[in-house]
Design a protein around this ligand. Structure first.
Ligand code: FAD
Length: 494
């Protein structure tokens, strides 16, 4: 029998991951990407002497990336370099308090004790709870496919199932945070972790305590050369393993016969294949590529609330700001209203929390001498008919007013380069439905736990990877999704 032919749709982190594994396993792998570069949301912008990572800025779980390279028989250090941050983020509060989220938990406790009414014991107890949830949930929900786990239950997965009550699925992140912390600044800081998957802490299940555990136990990292060097490295290895890449090739249809995958189409050209692994947004796979509006999965995902999106300003800034870290947050007065504005009223928050990432603090060449590259982001609603030019103008003004006040400066005068990324741009550039960053929001238990599995139950030969399916959004999980999908392909397509 000849080599099995696999078509991967999309060269995002999940697609690059699966392509490498399948090519290394001897499949004939062709990756079709509508853009001219690999990386998807993790793309790059070079302009006027500045380099910006356009999407992700914070890397956690670097061991997942190192494992990827090792699994493929190459030395991770030849491809990527990570540097652990000593301060994960600096938080600026509206009352003038600043909290450094030190990576070291003891220092972090002292910082909280010095600036808020938070006893070190509360921090210890909190992280103990976060760690327990990670221990119970990680294997089942992050590192493997529930499809495999339920078929061959291990001691760990059985333990997870017998301790479901401890996973915090039926309470919210905010409620648990309020239980552990009496100081609203501590609550706001830990509530922010819901935004790591585009959700609201007032609705997202407390199972996401896994996220602060991951960030403070395993660390937050700088990536040498910037985040975009991750997809570039994944691309290099996938090519080295034999995957072939076809850029500016948007796939327009997945062809099937009686629910058996036969190939893919680009307008009128058809290409046969045995397996399709879709790295594109799950909702578009059903709606556009399969033209399936009626199967239970198509209906399930079409009805789910998208995750939040982002509004990003890439500013080349004259000057060096010693008070700023690599990652900085300027919190809003009323965090709950911010999420109501986004998810209910579907407009950008009136008083948004502002995130600033400055990679030139560690990659000097990311900005001209005497300047910094500011990635300035607010969480924004998914696309739902808003007038984005007025939203951009409103938010830009608010950001500048707030930063001028807190940093005692005149930001407008310091902007020497500017570019903007809106939710409709994210939708257009990366094919994410309504510009959502992480697929479906995890604002309900079903949103959080009923993600598309990595193998289709309906279409034989169809697999999924990327941030819109299991195990979830964010770079490490998108990478893991590619590995899980490739294992399922190998098991299912003998
Ligand atoms: C502004 C922003 C900030 C973020 N911040 C972080 C962060 O700090 N940390 C973190 O871990 N994550 C962050 N994320 C999320 C992270 O970027 C994603 O979860 C991850 O990169 C998604 O990878 P993916 O495999 O789903 O592919 P995607 O990046 O979604 O790429 C999918 C690819 O498929 C291509 N495609 C789609 N349809 C077709 C088609 N029909 N034919 C051919 N090609 C197609 C697209 O062009 C795209 O290249 C952020 C994202 C954004 C946008």
């Amino acid at each position: 029998m000849g080599q099995k032919r696999v078509a991967v749709i999309g060269a995002g982190i999940g697609g690059l991951s699966t392509a490498a594994y399948l090519a290394a396993a001897g499949y004939q792998v062709d990756v079709y990407e509508k853009n001219s570069e690999p990386g998807g949301k993790a793309s790059v912008l070079n302009a006027s002497g500045f380099r910006f990572d356009k999407g992700p800025s914070l890397l956690t779980m670097p061991f997942v990336f190192e494992e990827h390279f090792r699994n493929l028989g190459v030395n991770p250090q030849d491809y990527v370099g990570f540097e652990r941050l000593s301060t994960n983020c600096r938080y600026f509060y509206p009352d003038g308090i600043t909290i450094n989220a030190y990576a070291d938990k003891k220092r972090l406790s002292q910082e909280f004790a010095a600036n808020t009414r938070t006893a070190p014991l509360s921090i210890d107890n909190y992280f103990r709870r976060c760690g327990r949830i990670y221990e119970l949930a990680a294997d089942l929900f992050l590192f493997d496919s529930p499809l495999t786990t339920f078929r061959n239950p291990t001691g760990q997965s059985l333990s997870t199932l017998t301790h479901l009550g401890e996973l915090g699925m039926f309470t919210t992140l905010n409620k648990i945070n309020c239980h552990y912390f009496k100081d609203r600044r501590a609550v706001q800081l830990f509530n922010r972790y819901a935004t790591y998957n585009g959700s609201s802490p007032y609705n997202a299940p407390a199972t996401f305590l896994i996220i602060p555990h991951v960030e403070f136990t395993f660390g937050a990292y700088n990536v040498c050369g910037g985040i975009n060097s991750i997809p570039q490295a994944l691309f290099a290895v996938a090519k080295q393993k034999g995957a072939r890449f076809h850029f500016t090739m948007p796939v327009t249809e997945i062809v099937h016969e009686n629910h058996r995958i036969r190939g893919i189409k680009f307008d009128n050209t058809e290409m046969d294949c045995d397996v399709v692994v879709a790295n594109s947004d799950v909702r578009n796979v059903y709606r556009i590529l399969l033209k399936d509006h009626n199967s239970p999965m198509a209906r399930l995902y079409a009805g789910k609330e998208p995750s939040s999106s982002a509004l990003v300003f890439y500013w080349g800034i004259k000057g060096n700001f010693k008070d700023l870290e690599v990652h900085n947050i300027f919190f809003s007065h009323d965090y709950q209203k911010e999420f109501q504005d986004m998810f209910r009223k579907k407009h950008c928050p009136d008083d948004p929390t502002i995130y600033i990432n400055i990679t030139s603090k560690y990659v000097e060449t990311d900005a001209p001498r005497g300047c910094e590259n500011w990635f300035v982001m607010i969480n924004a609603p998914y696309v739902a008919g808003q007038d984005w030019s007025s939203e951009v103008a409103k938010i830009r003004k608010r950001i500048i007013e707030k930063l001028n006040r807190i940093l005692s400066t005149d930001i407008e005068k310091r902007i020497v380069y500017e570019s903007v990324l809106t939710p409709p741009d994210i939708e257009k550039e990366t094919g994410s439905v309504q510009g959502s960053l992480y697929g479906m929001a995890s604002n309900t238990v079903s949103g959080a736990f009923m993600r598309q599995q990595n193998r289709s139950f309906i279409y034989r030969g169809l697999y999924f990877c990327g941030g819109t399916c299991h195990p979830g959004g964010g770079m490490p999980l998108a990478l893991l999704s590619g590995k899980i999908a490739s294992h399922l392909v190998m098991k299912g397509e003998k």
